[in-house]
Design a binder for this molecule. Sequence first.
Ligand code: WQD
Length: 347
Amino acid sequence: MSSKRVLVTGGLGFIGSHTVVALQNEGFEVVIIDNLSNSSIDVLGGITQITGKTPEFENIDLRDKSAVKSFFEKYPDIEDVIHFAASKAVGESVSNPLLYYENNISTLVYLLQELNKKESSRFIFSSSCTVYGQADNLPITEDAPVKEAESPYGNTKQIGEEIIKDTCKTKNSFKAISLRYFNPVGAHPTAEIGELPIGTPQNLIPFITQTAIGKRNKLSVFGDDYPTADGTAVRDYIHVMDLAEAHVHALERLINGKEKNNYEVFNLGTGKGNSVLEVINSFEKVSGEKLAYQIVGRREGDITAAYADTIKANTELNWKANRSLDDALKSAWKWQLVVKNREEEDH
Ligand code: WQD
């Protein structure tokens, strides 16, 4: 394990904050860069409550190239980066593609330019199963073809992977791993940190918990005419803490020189697919709440089914998702109750 500090960009965000906890639990010292555009400074306190350690924090917008340069001058020891900071709303990316290309691509280039100045460095990239589109075969392996992106958001993940791969080709001592997440859900079991969607949630689980808490009238189930067992679409819902721990395993793989190539890709999922109706049933079981929902038409751009082939990550990363969908939904509900209490206290 490295005694050096690890930079986590977007470290106050949903997956970033849980990964900071997992890194600290493993003994890493963490420095967070976040511009608070889609997160809250309160998350820093949540992390500290869980681990007893407050990460160093720099409020930097990675679109500011000179600020990125100054950061690495201030922290010359940092050679390990886990890069989460990016815009991630699929629908918004369709209506505002240039925001996504600027925020998700230029920032990646500025980070890589600084790391490239170092003798050696290691980079973990937050990618997404969205690069596969609707895969031809299930479960989805890492060598499944990358398909034409369904959205500018998905395209920024594909382009990001290509930029990193090309950078790795120029320098053996620059090592990188792209982690293709399936559907991250849930919250830390202490409910000190969790998902904080701004405005109307686009993703299923936060919409479910906000409906159950009374913040939304009812959940719209986007289509029940898919060619699946119950007609609703199937996804691989992975607990955010399992996902976070996989990042630590990926970084340690590179630090310990266990990589097979200096650029690798891993799918991060449970290997199990669940339909929307199965998620609703599971939520009702673990929360004891009856969920109000209606079946409506399909959402533009949605695929029928996606779930991961996890063999590569299980064997090469020595990592396996071991928390269930029930665990994830229980933690999401506990977190939603905490958020509601905090909102009521603030009023
Ligand atoms: C899951 C299922 C919906 C909301 C997206 C991005 C992916 C990643 C995760 C960032 C689908 C259905 C949803 C609702 C519904 N994002 N649904 N009613 O679309 O699989 O993946 O988020 O990294 O890149 O593409 O996740 O949670 O939006 O939807 O019926 O109100 O729930 O149709 O079948 P998705 P999701």
